[in-house]
Design a protein. Structure first.
Length: 288
């Protein structure tokens, strides 16, 4: 699990949704008529609007709210990934108690949601104009004609700007891990189909959720796992569980992606995270 800046996870007094996260609507998405011009200047020479004021600091959350999630995740890790009910309970406790519910869990993913929106924005541009035109508009002419893996890696800074925070590191690592499994997803050619774009999008969402869980409640599992093979075993089970849940919960339709506005893309992204967290919560709470 290649999360950047790994730590011991958030403490009990960390806000349920840190005020500095803001939201996923940071600006125009790439790949659309309302996207920024290649030089990054504001459209029509207009000045950027003033940023919205930060929300008030929220009340302190309940103490030890990650305790049950971490205890169950540690049991899952100690079983070399065999205790799947413990994994399901861990994730359920994380959503319900650790974040305060599915809506807050989604809000905590603000940086990842922004990156997922940028990815769909790029796919929109590719479907509208082709990959070569899209790359040229982004001043990435050197990527034209390169293998798809190279192209996607070259788009990392467009999709996931590097700001150095753990949340930004999660998004960047999730994108790189997604690129690494393109062949596994059946993606090899630049003329991507709608179904392939959807698979890439869902894989990225799943990777960000895996990394968020590992960062918040899973770090101690590394200390409990006996050896490298044990770590690989429980990471594989976590990855499989999250990916299945994300895919099973997805109900949006990307067939008309070329006609989507930025707002419609952001709505799809938020709905995808909401539905994924909801199914993970529902499955977790079904465990005794």
């Amino acid at each position: 699990m290649g999360t950047s800046g790994s730590s011991g996870g958030p403490g009990g007094r960390t806000p349920l949704v840190p005020s500095w996260l803001g939201n996923s609507e940071a600006g125009p998405l790439p790949g659309g008529p309302d996207g920024p011009p290649p030089d990054g200047a504001p459209p029509d020479g207009q000045a950027q609007p003033a940023p919205a004021p930060l929300p008030p600091i929220p009340a302190a959350p309940p103490p030890a709210r990650f305790q049950n999630a971490r205890r169950n995740f540690s049991a899952f890790a100690g079983s070399r990934g065999g205790d799947r009910p413990a994994l399901r309970r861990a994730v359920g406790h994380y959503v319900r108690s650790g974040t305060g519910g599915t809506h807050n869990a989604t809000r905590r993913m603000a940086v990842s949601r922004a990156a997922a929106s940028s990815a769909l924005g790029l796919f929109r541009g590719i479907q509208r104009n082709g990959i070569e035109t899209t790359l040229r508009r982004l001043n990435l002419r050197d990527l034209v004609g390169r293998p798809l893996t190279d192209v996607f890696l070259g788009l990392t800074d467009i999709i996931c700007p590097d700001g150095g925070s753990i949340d930004e590191g999660i998004a960047r690592d999730a994108w790189i891990e997604t690129v690494a499994v393109l062949e596994e997803l059946g993606v090899a050619e630049a003329n991507l189909t709608t179904e392939q774009m959807q698979e890439i999008f869902l894989a990225f969402v799943a990777h960000t959720i895996e990394a968020r869980l590992f960062q918040d409640i899973g770090v101690n599992g590394i200390q409990i796992a006996a050896d490298l093979s044990a770590i690989e075993a429980f990471e594989a089970q976590l990855r499989s569980y999250v990916r299945r849940s994300v895919r099973d919960s997805f109900t949006s339709d990307l067939a008309n992606l070329p006609q989507f506005s930025d707002k419609q893309i952001q709505t799809v992204v938020d709905k995808t995270y909401d539905e994924a967290w909801q199914i993970l919560l529902t499955i977790g709470e079904a465990e005794p």
